[in-house]
Design a protein around this ligand. Structure first.
Ligand code: ASP
Length: 336
């Protein structure tokens, strides 16, 4: 039996057209383009249908509500298709991949996110290769999780980060091996097991939880950020130096940390380094964070930490439970 794949176009370069203000997504344009690519209807390809999000978005404009819209489409068509390919802009692709890895609970089918750096309508483009490969991987069904396919690599979705503004090799998963390498054949990494779902597939709807990211830099005046640390701020991801270090004396609880603590804001410590893990308390400069009950993100990307905060608070957990769960591996997003 031929496999059936649902393509979900959310917007992004891959299906964009030229407009007065530069590339922009256009309703129906990708459908037309794909109709002119005979190889997509080759007998060796899976059967497919295309659905478009309304409105189509440059991924810079995506919010949690758009993540919900993607999840809802997948839920609605879950039984009718063997796999899903989400066509998406590269700018926030790693955030969406992370968010879906949490919100698509008990997923047991491939959800492959891809896009391109050059639009498909251009003669020289990376979109067609990315699309064909993502469709084949979605049809093969070996990877039954949210994965990101780009430039001949298949990454775990919640381990990715965009590393290049213009190079075709736009993504990396610095703390996790590739799920597959795509050469003359698709070489799946057999060392990475696919976990069996623990229940029926469902989509956790995400809410617009007030959270933030602060990137630490030499000379940062933490007091400037004090004002935003109110009880309405549910979580902050602090991108620290190295293994979790921030400027400040070890025993002096910084006002920002103290305020987060007082107001029950979950303070998540990520690293600005692409590789390696956060380890609070290794240096004096991270001791204050540890003592103030900050959460260690270990080797999670900032994208995954943000998505996980959205997810856990949307599930309705209280701050203490969120703190506990942030440090647990829920969807393959961290290694302790
Ligand atoms: N700005 C575009 C987007 O993220 C870039 C891309 O698709 O690569 O939608």
């Amino acid at each position: 039996m031929k496999k059936r794949i649902l393509l979900i176009y959310t917007g992004g370069t891959i299906g964009m057209n030229r407009s007065e203000n530069g590339y922009a997504p256009e309703k129906g344009f990708l459908q037309k383009l794909l109709g002119n690519v005979p190889v997509l209807r080759d007998p060796s390809m899976p059967d497919w249908e295309l659905l478009e999000l309304d409105p189509l978005l440059d991924s810079s404009n995506m919010t949690v509500l758009d993540w919900n819209a993607i999840g809802d489409i997948i839920a609605k068509h879950y039984d009718a298709f063997d796999g899903f390919v989400v066509l998406h802009g590269t700018d926030t692709m790693a955030y969406t991949a992370s968010a879906l890895s949490f919100s698509l609970e008990n997923l047991d089918k491939p959800v492959i996110i891809t896009g391109s750096q050059i639009p498909l309508f251009e003669v020289r483009n990376d979109g067609l290769d990315n699309l064909l490969t993502a469709m084949i991987i979605a049809a093969e069904g070996k990877v039954r999780e949210v994965a990101l396919c780009f430039a001949d690599k298949l990454f775990r979705g919640n381990r990715c980060t965009k590393i290049n503004t213009s190079g075709l090799n736009a993504f990396s998963s610095p703390n996790f091996p590739l799920l597959a390498e795509i050469g003359t054949t698709i070489q799946y990494n057999e060392m990475i097991p696919q976990t069996a779902p623990k229940g029926a597939f469902r989509v956790q709807s995400l809410s617009k939880i007030p959270i933030g990211i602060i990137k630490v830099f030499p000379g940062i005046q933490f007091e400037l950020f004090e004002e935003i640390m109110t009880e309405s701020l549910k979580g902050i991801v602090l991108e620290t130096f190295g293994a979790g270090n921030i400027p400040g004396a070890a025993d002096a609880i910084l006002p920002i940390v103290r305020k987060a603590h007082e107001h029950g804001t979950v303070l998540v410590i990520c690293s600005q380094c692409l590789r390696g893990s956060v380890s609070l308390g290794t240096y004096e400069t991270s001791a204050a964070l540890k003592n103030a009950g900050a959460v260690c993100a270990y080797d999670m990307t900032t994208e995954a930490a943000v998505a996980k905060l959205y997810y856990l608070f949307s599930c309705g957990y209280d701050a203490d439970t969120v703190k506990e769960m942030m440090e647990q591996d829920l969807a393959g997003e961290l290694t302790k």
